[in-house]
Design a protein. Sequence first.
Length: 291
Amino acid sequence: MTVTITSGHLQATIAEKGAELQSLFDTTIELEYIWQADPKHWGKHAPILFPIVGALKDDTYVYEGETYHLPRHGFARDMAFEVIDQRDDFVLFQLESSAATRAVYPFDFQLQVSYELGGDGLVVKYNVKNIGQKDMFFSIGGHPAFNVPLAKGLTFEDYYLTFSPRKSRVKLPLKGNYIDYEQRTLGQTNTDLSLTHEMFEQDALIFETKGLQSFSIRSEKSPHSVTVSYNQMPYVGFWSTYPVESPFLCIEPWCGIADTLASTGELKEKAGIQSLPPATDFATKYSITVK
């Protein structure tokens, strides 16, 4: 089942499974911005990453002496959300903990995800509520994939990434599925970055971020672009497939990252983990602006 919302010239479609954005479409120019999940390349559109971002060592973590297993990026993307509010331009989804989630993640939670259209874009909000009796440890993030190219006759290499603010950011390299934190460097995000498929030979490009951030996919050969913006999310990932050359690019705002090579496996000690006391909420959001 899917839900479609509209505002002006924009239309967004979201699946109840995973509360996953499947389409952001400009009806005036008939342009689809979201990757359409061709399984030959990557069979998802924009999964929600919860309660972890990235991979755990051996898909395993330890909490209060017990060992648990979670797949890469967690379970929310594969679960059925409930629609609890809807208007023409807005929809709110909810996922609550259950016996199935507690078997792999021993916390009582309520995850709400909303989508709202307005102006030239879409705002995606996450709200995590701890409804249990103990501190809750989690990560959450977005994984939206955008069509590149956005115009017929162009190629992936006709596009580039822009970064705002234009300054260097700490780059966190991957070794296999894990962050090699000791090898972190300053990334050259103080200038535009031309897109190539080879830049993803080592998987995603991951950077630490602080404050207001904005990242755009643009081309000198087309007026159409996509911008992802957010405030106070500590990481961002950029990803496309390699060596398969796929016509999409993900811009992924995260509150959490994969395990580091030095990870102990203890959930409380996990890099980037968020801690939420009982009866409190954690809220964050990002926006997608299109031209």
